[in-house]
Design a protein around this ligand. Structure first.
Ligand code: HXC
Length: 514
């Protein structure tokens, strides 16, 4: 056969496979408002940057008439590509081919591209849209999942791993996304659960829809499994691209530095924080008043909203911001916000992203619910994550910093590099009202006018402790600064911390309370 003919044969074979599961299956996919796997890969990556591998892979199922079935690409597309010029590896499950179910070869294609990503030290993006373990391939499918989980774990902290849920992701399959760093979901399209509605009905006799059980909103607001919520696949791709622009390719590099820009004048830092510690405000505006171009890319925006996390830039460099959010539960730390903070801090630390922490909180959330939900165990994660982090860590105490919350939010005592405080900062064991009631109880209850005495004692306590100067006198605060000076001081601090190098004792790994 001539090379020309061979080439024509290749083109024809390729064309055949590019049809995926065929017209009917593609129409069904589109009717559900979903793109095909190939459209997704092409739509997400830079133009003409996708190089596919293992297009001709064949499944190895031999039972239940599987040997008679053609499964193009074995239901998954894998390859390399670029986003904003940054190289990465990608796989996308093709639901039009056997429901994107995971058989042995499908899993091998995924593990091969994962190994490739780890070897090249570039981010890995996995687009999940699958009915789960391919039932006909039995234990081979389970083996495939196990091998993916193993690689997710090996790659953790070495390369960024991103999961995009664009269809069902059910049963044990959910654990690969759960092991990755960022999970993206799309309204009405993403479904994640361990046991589906039918099992729940059989075992528990309860009726629940897939959406209510594990839809995009549930995972963005309640479980915290998802980090980004989008209304459409297109919006989701934009979010992924933005994330990629903020993070480095791997743990031995820094994120790309962009041209520095000043914040917009519309975010005037002096006007954002009310002096009355009980008045709420949106801490995201403080971040916008500080960050380059007032740009802030929030992560887990809808989950544990009492704490805000996300990326901005300072002098062009990516910064991880962690901030208490006074407009939600007064910005307390609780079980969920502790998990949210700790995980983010650890990602930033693993990938050389400096941290800026903005503090304004009354402490940990009190109550039986929180105690029984394990606020001790979860709260400990924040202390651990900050203490182990060796990236530059800078704190700005805006207003309240009470009790354990003060210590947890990257205090000097957890070895923060630099701690600034605004003149409105109140650093104390607890709020003045609670403190006065405890230490002056006798004077208050025995006074002729207890209410007057209470007010007087609260004022006395406030005058003495509710300020930054007691902590500044002891060196727990490095500088008390004017709000308007915050960006200038932070830029300087980040510059001097460029050379930070903190050796840690030799150990296999720490034992973070989980
Ligand atoms: C083999 C599967 C499949 C699977 C779907 N298909 N899931 N084939 N193994 N797990 C096939 C269907 O037979 C069908 O083939 C095609 O994919 C499309 O599926 P439909 O059911 O027609 O699609 P839809 O109505 O949209 O329903 C999607 C679905 C449903 C909700 C995902 O297919 C479903 O419930 N599938 C089974 C889910 C499941 O229980 N998976 C195992 C989970 S346990 P044809 O040829 O008719 O087009 C698991 C363990 C992993 O994953 C453990 C790891 C540790």
């Amino acid at each position: 056969m001539s090379l020309k003919r061979k080439t024509r044969e290749l083109v024809e074979r390729r064309e055949q496979i590019l049809q995926g599961g065929g017209e009917t299956a593609i129409k069904k996919q589109q009717a559900m408002g979903k793109m095909t796997a190939r459209e997704r890969v092409i739509g997400l990556l830079d133009d003409d940057s996708f190089q596919e591998y293992d297009l001709f892979a064949q499944h190895e199922g031999r039972d239940f008439d599987m040997e008679k079935k053609e499964l193009p690409g074995d239901g998954v597309i894998t390859g390399t590509g670029k986003i904003y010029g940054s190289p990465l590896c990608i796989f996308a499950q093709d639901f039009t081919v056997a429901g994107g179910s995971l058989g042995l070869m499908h899993a091998r294609k995924i593990t091969k591209i994962m190994d490739h990503a780890l070897k090249l030290k570039v981010p890995l993006i996995g687009i999940n849209d699958s009915g789960g373990a391919r039932v006909q391939e039995g234990v081979n499918s389970l083996a495939g999942y196990g091998e993916i989980f193993y690689r997710n774990t090996l790659a953790s902290g070495v390369i960024p791993q991103i999961s995009v849920i664009l269809g069902p992701c059910a049963g044990g399959a959910v654990y690969s996304p759960a092991l990755t760093d960022f999970v993206f979901v799309v309204d009405k399209i993403s479904k994640m659960f361990i046991t589906g509605p039918e099992v729940i009905k059989t075992v528990l006799g309860e009726e629940i829809s897939m959406e209510e059980l594990g839809g995009a909103k549930i995972h963005s607001t309640i479980t915290g499994n998802a980090h980004f919520f989008a209304k459409s696949e297109q919006e989701c791709f934009e979010q992924i691209k933005t994330l990629i622009s903020y993070i480095p390719w791997n743990n031995s590099q820094r994120a790309k530095r962009l041209r520095p820009r000043n914040p917009k004048n519309s975010f005037r830092i002096d006007d954002i924080v009310p002096v009355d510690p009980k008045q709420p405000y949106d801490v995201r505006n403080v971040i916008r008043a500080i960050a380059d171009g007032s740009e802030f890319f929030e992560i887990q925006e809808l989950f544990a909203q009492n704490l805000v996390i996300g990326y901005g830039r300072m002098n062009g460099q990516t910064i991880g911001f962690v901030a208490n959010q006074p407009i939600y539960l007064a910005g307390v730390l609780d079980v969920d916000s502790s998990d949210k903070a700790a995980r983010f801090i650890r990602f930033c630390d693993a990938f050389n992203i400096p941290l800026i922490t903005l503090v304004d909180l009354p402490g940990y959330l009190p109550g039986v619910d929180q105690e029984h939900a394990g606020v001790i165990r979860h709260g400990a994660k924040v202390l651990y994550a900050y203490s182990e982090a060796t990236v530059p860590r800078i704190t700005v105490i805006l207003r309240k910093a009470y009790g354990g919350g003060y210590i947890a939010m990257n205090s000097r005592h957890l070895n923060a590099d630099i701690v600034f405080a605004w003149p409105s900062a109140e650093i104390a064991v607890m709020g003045p009202e609670g403190a006065a009631n405890i230490i002056f109880r006798k004077e208050i209850t025995t006074a002729e006018d207890p209410e007057k005495m209470r007010k007087q004692k609260i004022k006395e306590y406030k005058d003495k402790f509710a300020n930054p100067y007691v902590a500044a006198a002891k060196g727990y605060v490095d500088a008390v600064i004017e709000p308007g000076e915050t960006r200038k001081f932070l830029l300087h601090a980040l510059e001097v911390l460029e050379t930070k190098d903190v050796p840690r004792p030799q150990r296999k790994h720490g034992c973070i309370p989980l």
